[in-house]
Design a binder for this molecule. Structure first.
Ligand code: 6GU
Length: 227
């Protein structure tokens, strides 16, 4: 899978070299590409935004500059389909279901807006292009300064689902927000008593049936769309 981000703050994506994601790239399971939107800005000040039509506060990112950046990624891509993820607080709430769907993508292109957002024609236009599937996503009901952190959230949720990325694939089947919509049960390790607090006896019993029952009973059920 190829993961591309277009941003005016490429440094936000340095965590991609860390931990399991960094290892996934080293092992060739994914490839990442960070594109600086400002490279597509013309004009002396290389500005990427302008005042909103209709007036109002803040600035809007220009469709022409975004279009050039996206076309450039598209021109150098071998993918048949590009999933264009536009990060915006007005998007649909990102869920584990979206992560699973996106984990089948060939290439995901994250468009990270700043200011009051990206000119709406960008999403509209690429929505009409056969090579693109456009998703407007938000990661929750709060406002961030830009889409970069949200893109990292979506990237991590997707990448860890790819075959070979997790050391132990059983964790995927067992974890929170699996198909049945369970939250994980509480977990314990050594020491068996810590500051006077004991690990539940059943977990030390060796009775696998009882342990499975205890874990089911102590898992909180949530809808896979969140609560
Ligand atoms: Cl995707 N972008 C911004 N700017 N704020 C957000 C968000 C995205 N998701 C939640 N808040």
């Amino acid at each position: 899978m190829r993961l591309t981000a277009i941003t005016i703050f490429p440094d936000y994506f340095s965590p991609l070299s860390l931990s399991l994601i960094g290892k996934a790239e080293e092992e060739g399971l994914i490839s990442t590409e960070i594109v600086n939107l400002r490279d597509f800005a013309t004009g002396v000040h290389r500005s990427v935004d302008d005042t909103p039509y209709g007036g109002g506060a803040g600035m809007v990112m220009r469709a022409d500059i975004w279009g050039d950046a996206i076309d450039s990624v598209s021109a150098s891509s071998k993918a048949k389909i590009i999933d264009l993820v536009i990060l915006t607080p007005s998007g649909r709430r990102f869920t584990q279901r979206d992560a699973v769907a996106l984990s089948k993508a060939e290439q995901i292109l994250f468009a990270c807006g700043r200011y009051e957002g990206i000119d709406a024609r960008v999403g509209e236009f690429y929505g009409t292009q056969d090579r693109f599937r456009v998703h407007h996503l938000s990661i929750g009901d709060y406002v961030l300064n830009g889409g970069e952190v949200a893109a990292l959230v979506v990237m991590e949720a997707v990448i860890r689902l790819l075959p070979g990325v997790l050391g132990n694939p059983d964790s995927l089947a067992e974890e929170s927000h699996n198909d049945e919509g369970f939250l994980e049960y509480p977990v314990y390790t050594k020491p068996p008593t810590w500051r006077g607090v004991d690990v539940p006896d059943v977990l030390l019993s060796g009775n696998h049936g009882e342990i499975a029952r205890w874990r089911r009973e102590n898992s909180q059920i949530v809808s896979s769309e969140g609560s």
